[in-house]
Design a protein around this ligand. Structure first.
Ligand SMILES: C[S@@+](CC[C@H](N)C(=O)[O-])C[C@H]1O[C@@H](n2cnc3c(N)ncnc32)[C@H](O)[C@@H]1O
Length: 266
């Protein structure tokens, strides 16, 4: 049976989303490891841009009593879910070190941090070069002198094909639907659908994006004033699948589908 997204309760919507696309502990481990390697110290303050439910920011403050975090998002719906599901599970002391900001990542804020992240490709929302450059400049200005900006990015030969990819989990299926790719503008339209207990909920999330390339992001970070930009690639296990370990790299062989990190150093 197929139902529209509006019939999926908000609580289920974000529960299914987080279970399907997020792996915060792996991201946090990568940030801590790479920040230490690049800057010779532990990062303490995190700004999670496009934070949605702020799940990562909540996990960040649980990692150490020295850690602080802010999660910035425009949309009250995921923020409210995050407050009820993630923030409420922090103790009082941890809550004192984590803050949600209902705001625009393009705005200037009066605090600086060690690390800013823009994950799950959220910055693809900026379709114009000038908009993305403005965003990268404001991130650079919001970082400490030795701050580091982490983004993720995906690509591969399959990513411009209009197709639906299904991933099965124990109790639900997740569908990543590339509905449209415009080869002349790089604009893409993606949907996320979920199937749970025999019911498929269509178009639960819609992403009207520009698909940026690693080269474009690297050059825009440099133009925004980052002194160095580092690209990464994921290692392989014996079956040729990604092993979750990312290493610095400048040249790799393309494949059907890949996800990796790009890091900008102030
Ligand atoms: C793809 S979701 C990413 C959520 C989360 N970061 C993750 O990793 O799953 C994109 C989020 O960006 C938010 N968003 C879009 N434009 C924004 C902007 N200019 N400023 C702040 N948040 C924005 C949306 O409300 C949405 O929650």
């Amino acid at each position: 049976m197929a139902k529209s997204a509006s019939e999926l309760p908000v609580e289920k919507k974000y529960k299914l989303y987080e279970a399907s696309v997020q792996n915060h502990m792996a991201d946090i481990e990568f940030i801590q490891q790479e920040f230490k390697a690049l800057r010779g110290r532990k990062p303490k303050s995190l700004r999670e841009d496009f934070g949605g439910t702020g799940a990562m920011a909540c996990d960040w403050v649980k990692e150490s009593k020295e850690n602080t975090a802010v999660a910035i998002d425009l949309d009250p719906e995921p923020v409210e879910y995050g407050k009820q599901k993630h923030y409420s599970r922090l103790n009082d002391e941890e809550q004192g070190r984590m803050k949600y900001i209902m705001g625009n990542v393009l705005d200037r804020y009066d605090f600086k941090n060690d690390v800013t992240v823009a994950f799950n490709f959220s910055y693809f929302i900026f379709k114009k070069r000038q908009e993305l450059l403005q965003y990268f400049k404001s991130v650079k200005d919001s970082l400490h002198e030795d701050g580091v900006f982490f983004v993720d990015i995906f690509g591969g030969t399959e990513c411009f094909q209009e197709m639906v990819e299904e991933t099965e989990f124990d109790k639900h299926s997740y569908f990543w639907d590339c509905d449209n790719y415009n080869p002349l503008t790089g604009e893409v339209l993606y949907y996320i659908h979920f199937k749970t207990k025999g019911t498929k909920y269509e178009k639960v999330f819609t992403y009207d994006w520009r698909h940026w390339t690693v080269r474009e992001i690297t050059e825009l970070m440099e133009e925004a004033g980052f002194s160095k930009v580092v690209t990464y690639w994921e290692g392989e296990d014996e079956d040729g699948d990604g092993d979750g370990e990312f290493y610095q790299s400048k040249e790799e062989e393309n494949c059907e589908s890949w996800v990796t990190y790009i890091v900008g150093l102030v």
